[in-house]
Design a protein around this ligand. Structure first.
Ligand code: TYD
Ligand code: MG
Length: 463
């Protein structure tokens, strides 16, 4: 019998090496190579066959149009993130920190789907049937079409799945699943990859929509190789602080819809509740009488969301000034502070700067730049901005304001929520319809925008 071989596999990219290395030669990550033993039998199964294997190549016009069937999950925010519902035979990976609510949301979805008459199989590799039942009781999910199974072996799961023939299946979590023909431990790169491939084949051949729960590493990526994200059809991430009740579900990859769609939930004692009015919720706890608070309208996918940026600027007492940000990339903050200093004559070199975005939101689009700069300026000058002001615009290195996408949609949202004084890049004013009653001011530079706000007339804060 051939001897089992030891290989080292990178947990980031799946690169295989024959000996241990500190740095992966393929993706360059450090300390990601993990030792795995490989049984000789497993090695022969290298070739992965895609569904529809053996089919003839066809001109694209002759490929039959198959309408992708979408079924509603019963949770509108989840449907939105998925691009309009659950697609038959698709595979969705749901990642997020432990305790953030992945199992809760998927249990609620399972209950909703089974309530409509379809069967759902919820496979848990982490919890016993009793634990699943306890959660389901709490969520009021006791439908007859809701099947549960506590199992880790993928081939047994396949058997049970064939007997239940569900329309939707949840696998919680992929890191606890194993295949007996692979010798490495569950959660290792080979197991995760092969189990996903196995379940993927099941999903594609049976038409069952599959939801995989994926654990995340300390760095926030889904544990296991990146290839996992490449294999599945959609990747959803739960964001948000466990200590706050709001959770944000974001699509980072979606073969059936647009990415960067976002769904907002609130964790309650009866499970995850949808938050349809994200803007109202985020703005509800806004401080009205403090400097450094600026409202902005961010686009999350197709949806405008208003939130507020808070900045606190305080003199540095000792050593280097501190810069901290939550919800904004700190290197973007460094850049904006440099622009403020050089192009808008606002010295912050001897000031500590703290930035926070309300509700645990993360702002990734540059359209938030102007609001961040204005919040810093407002705090450093101790100037209160009017309660009905909202700002948007990308700030360039020359201090110029650049146009933001979807300006009209953003203005409508601002108007809807009662923000009628808007500062936006001048180039955005061309060719858009300004909502009635709105005072939209176009500014060419950051300096101009801050001048409009009266930053330079205000006295600097000594406090
Ligand atoms: P869970 O879905 O088990 O998290 P994950 O699967 O992402 O690890 O949710 C865990 C937390 O949610 C737990 O701390 C309890 C809380 N929770 C509620 O607040 N309300 C509920 O109705 C349920 C079921 C859980
Ligand atoms: Mg869980």
């Amino acid at each position: 019998m051939a001897k089992a071989k030891t290989v080292y596999i990178c947990s980031e990219c799946g690169h295989e090496a024959m000996k241990w290395l500190g740095k992966c030669p393929d993706c360059g990550s450090w300390n990601t190579l993990q030792e795995e033993t490989r049984a000789p039998a497993a090695e022969e199964k290298k070739v992965k066959r895609a569904p529809g294997v053996g089919a003839e190549a066809l001109p694209i016009g002759e490929v039959p149009d198959e309408a992708t069937e979408r079924m509603p999950s019963g949770i509108f925010e989840l449907d939105r993130v998925l691009g309009g519902g659950v697609v038959e035979g698709s595979m969705v990976l749901v990642g997020g920190d432990p305790g953030i609510g992945k199992s809760t949301l998927l249990t609620q979805m399972s209950a909703n789907v089974s309530r409509r008459g379809d069967r759902v199989l919820y496979v848990s590799g982490e919890e016993s049937m009793r634990q699943i039942k306890l959660r389901a009781n709490r969520l009021g999910a006791n439908e007859s079409g809701f099947y549960v199974l506590a199992e880790n072996d993928v081939s047994i799961i396949e058997e049970r799945m064939r007997s239940v023939s569900p329309a939707v299946m949840v696998v919680d979590s992929i890191q606890t699943m194993y295949r007996t023909d692979i010798s490495s431990a569950p959660g290792s790169v080979s197991q995760v990859r092969e189990c996903t491939a196995h379940l993927m084949r099941l999903a594609k051949t049976s038409g069952c929509a599959m939801f995989l729960v994926g654990h995340v590493t300390k760095e926030g990526a889904i544990a296991g190789p990146r290839v996992l994200e490449h294999m599945v059809d959609a990747v959803l991430y739960f964001e948000g602080d466990r200590s706050s009740q709001y959770r944000i579900l974001r699509a980072v990859k979606n073969r059936f819809g647009s990415v960067n769609e976002l769904g907002m939930f609130e964790m309650t004692s009866e499970g995850m509740k949808e938050v349809p009015n994200a803007s109202e919720t985020l703005l509800s706890e806004r401080a009205h009488d403090a400097s450094g608070c600026v409202v902005l309208c961010a686009m999350e996918g197709t949806r405008p969301i208003m939130t507020d940026v808070q900045a606190l600027v305080a003199p540095t007492i000792f050593g280097n000034p501190r810069r901290m940000s939550s919800g904004v990339d700190v290197s973007r903050l460094f850049l904006l502070l440099a622009v403020l200093e050089k192009r808008a004559s606002l010295p912050v070199y001897n000031q500590d700067v703290y930035i926070n975005i309300a509700g645990g939101m993360t702002l990734t689009e540059p359209a938030a730049d102007l609001a961040i700069c204005a919040a810093v300026a407002s705090s450093s000058r101790n100037l209160l901005l009017g309660a009905d002001w909202a700002l948007m615009g990308e700030v360039g290195l020359a201090g110029e304001l650049r146009a933001v996408p979807h300006a009209e949609r953003r203005l409508q949202e601002c108007m809807r929520l009662g923000f009628s004084n808007i500062i936006l890049p001048k180039s955005n004013l061309k060719g858009i319809r300004i909502p009635e009653g709105m005072n939209a001011i176009g500014a060419e530079t950051l300096f101009d925008a801050l001048k409009f706000l009266g930053i330079y007339n205000a006295r600097g804060s000594k406090a």
